[in-house]
Design a protein around this ligand. Structure first.
Ligand SMILES: *Cc1c(COP(=O)(O)O)cnc(C)c1O
Length: 405
């Protein structure tokens, strides 16, 4: 039994329902993202106990995933990543219950696998033969891998200055890579032009409605792994915000179907880079939407998103949760990426390092308490970012000196 029924505009426009047996991208009325909706009343019949013994992937929650009768997920084993009690790192910060959700263990080493598994499952079900996207890194690697697994062609458009391992990995999975002068926005324009009239299925962040559905499974997993409770804090490095928006949606769904107690949601912390912090700026000024960030720069490629199309959804979730938004300097996130490696043996991208830097700041301010349950999202692995370690300005102060242990 699957409870997926329709799509609906996520903004106050509320347009819909839209039929999921047809292709839909942004809302035809207002141009903002659409979201998948489920029959939550019928889904109250779905018991948590049914999860016991299911495959350890994100598709264990398939009843609440965007599947229609007869659809088969395109899967490479994504999701159900470990939630590790980070005892040594916690001790160094004075925290007894610090956990790392280690998304580096996904196929193609980032949580982008979740979103692309869901999006490409739908693309295939809808009869697409080519998927396309602009990307600076992990999203393109995941798209290329899942397209290969689905037997679809993949067209990736990347800024020419993207890190070489991201370019190489797209090619490894047989994708066609086009390098574009300029930023990811320029790559997006190039993709739209090249694909005009060719029927390419666009899997860009939040431009299609299903990547959020893949990423929301992180919320289901946290609840399952914490025995149907939620943590006090979720620390999430935010670019396009699909994961943060997705988890917030998952909490609402789980409350509606009776899996978790309403009113006990975590404080959501959106972490960005000082060189690209549109959400932080909007949070601080009380704005509902985020103005585009000029001259965006950071070596955390997943955070270099100057304008997120779902900005209003990110800001809503952070505010409703009583959380906050923080910007971190690149040098600090790189030092903390090394700290996660040194104390926990976990391979962390700079984005994961940024989550640790944010926790450090919130502990120092007295906002995070010693016995709070804190979940640090390590959204990707380190290996594709190792060029950052060659830059001496990034690693000047050694992690060992800083922690004094
Ligand atoms: C894409 C990406 C992010 C940002 O994810 P969103 O859900 O789009 O905000 C963070 N970290 C890494 C490693 C990424 O690849």
């Amino acid at each position: 039994m699957a409870y997926f029924t329709h799509l609906e505009c996520a903004s106050i426009c509320g347009a819909g329902p839209f039929d999921p047996r047809e292709r839909h991208f942004l809302c035809p009325s207002c141009g903002l993202p659409l979201l998948a909706r489920y029959d939550l009343t019928a889904a109250r019949a779905w018991s948590r106990d049914s999860l016991v013994g299911r495959e350890p992937t994100m598709w264990r929650y398939r009843e609440m995933m965007p599947l229609l009768p007869g659809d088969v997920p395109v899967s490479l084993g994504e999701g159900f990543t470990p939630l590790r009690h980070a005892e040594r790192l916690g001790q160094s910060l004075g925290l007894s219950r610090l956990f790392i959700k280690d998304e580096s263990l996904n196929p193609t080493t980032s949580f982008k696998a979740r979103g692309q598994s869901a999006a490409i499952t739908r693309a295939k079900a809808l009869g697409a033969t080519t998927i396309a996207l602009p990307t600076a890194g992990n999203a393109g690697n995941a798209a290329a891998a899942f397209a290969a697994a689905a037997g679809l062609a993949c067209q990736v458009f990347m800024p020419r200055d993207a890190k070489q391992p991201f370019i190489d990995e797209c090619r490894l999975y047989g994708a066609t890579v086009t390098l574009v002068d300029g930023l990811i926005t320029d790559a997006g324009r190039a993709a739209a032009e090249a694909g005009r009239g060719l029927g390419w299925y666009d899997v860009s962040t939040l431009k299609e409605p299903y990547r959020v559905e893949g990423k929301k499974t992180m919320g289901y997993e946290l609840a399952e792994q914490l025995e149907w409770t939620l943590p006090d804090w979720i620390i999430y490095p935010t670019g396009g915000g699909t994961g943060l928006v997705g988890m917030w949606k998952a909490f609402a769904e789980m409350e509606a179907i009776g899996w978790i107690t309403p009113g006990r949601r975590p404080k959501m912390v959106s972490v960005q880079a000082s060189g690209c912090a549109p959400i932080v700026r909007a949070f601080e000024t009380g704005a509902e939407k985020a103005a585009p960030w000029e001259n965006a720069h950071t070596s955390a490629d997943g955070l270099r998103v100057p304008k997120a199309i779902g900005d209003f959804l990110i800001l809503q979730a952070v505010r409703e949760s009583g959380g906050t938004a923080l910007a971190i300097d690149d040098s600090e996130m790189v030092r903390d990426m090394l700290e996660i490696g040194r104390l926990e043996g976990i391979s962390a991208a700079p984005e994961g390092g940024a989550s640790l830097s944010a926790i450090r700041a919130l502990v120092n301010d007295g906002r995070i308490g010693a016995n709070d349950t804190v979940v640090l999202f390590n959204t990707g692995g380190a290996l594709k970012y190792l060029d950052v370690l060659k830059d001496p300005s990034m690693t000047e102060t050694s992690a060992i000196e800083r922690s004094g242990d």
